[in-house]
Design a protein around this ligand. Structure first.
Ligand code: S3P
Length: 189
């Protein structure tokens, strides 16, 4: 009996979800979008799912309920994706997802955990372009970025299966590097 022909509608893709972690401004949403398009995967975004579940914007959740409530929504979102057995998905996460130890095993259950990193200068330049990030509503956002990056760097490194430095890469180059590594580790069909 001959093998079933490959479905020409589906591009070659690894048999694993790709979970993007990294600091604000590291390119998770933009690179996630390109990855999803290239692989024919759905793009899921924990920030967007939290906004949907809470019925309010992230800045409002922080202002009205506090960061702890936001972190609870985030963890419940990961549990929801795990329970739903999300597959053929690129999952972009919020920059603080690694700060909650309970999230780390959930991230690994969800798929291949890829850290997007970038130099501090590039991160600051990117995050300065929008005001939607409550943690940077401080007197000195530049210093806040420095402090948050320093405290989170070891958490990102400890959580990642693989890291792509996006500082000198286009989004497409970063996406291609992730696909190549995922195919190497998990095979692509
Ligand atoms: C946060 C990052 C944001 C969002 C929230 C908190 C963080 O997501 O989850 O503002 O703690 O770093 P992005 O990384 O997508 O900006």
């Amino acid at each position: 009996m001959s093998d079933l022909p490959n479905n020409p509608a589906l591009p070659p893709a690894p048999a694993v979800n790709i979970v993007l972690i990294g600091f604000m401004g590291s390119g998770k949403s933009s690179i996630g979008r390109i990855l999803a398009t290239k692989l024919g995967f759905q793009l899921l975004d924990t920030d967007a799912l939290v906004v949907e579940a809470a019925g309010m914007q992230i800045t409002e959740i922080f202002a009205q309920k506090g960061e702890g409530a936001f972190r609870d929504y985030e963890s419940r979102t990961l549990e929801f994706l795990r329970d739903r057995r999300a597959s053929r998905a690129v999952i972009a996460t919020g920059g603080g997802i690694v700060t909650q130890p309970r999230n780390v095993p959930l991230l690994h259950e969800l798929g291949f955990v890829v850290l997007l990193s970038a130099s501090e200068e590039v991160i600051y330049e990117r995050v300065s372009r929008n005001r939607a990030r409550p943690l940077l509503h401080t007197e000195n956002p530049r210093e806040t970025v420095t402090q948050l990056l320093a405290s989170r760097a070891p958490l990102y490194d400890a959580t990642a299966d693989f890291t792509v430095d996006t500082t000198y890469k286009t989004h497409t180059q970063a996406a291609d590097a992730i696909i190549a590594e995922a195919c190497k580790r998990y095979g692509c069909s």
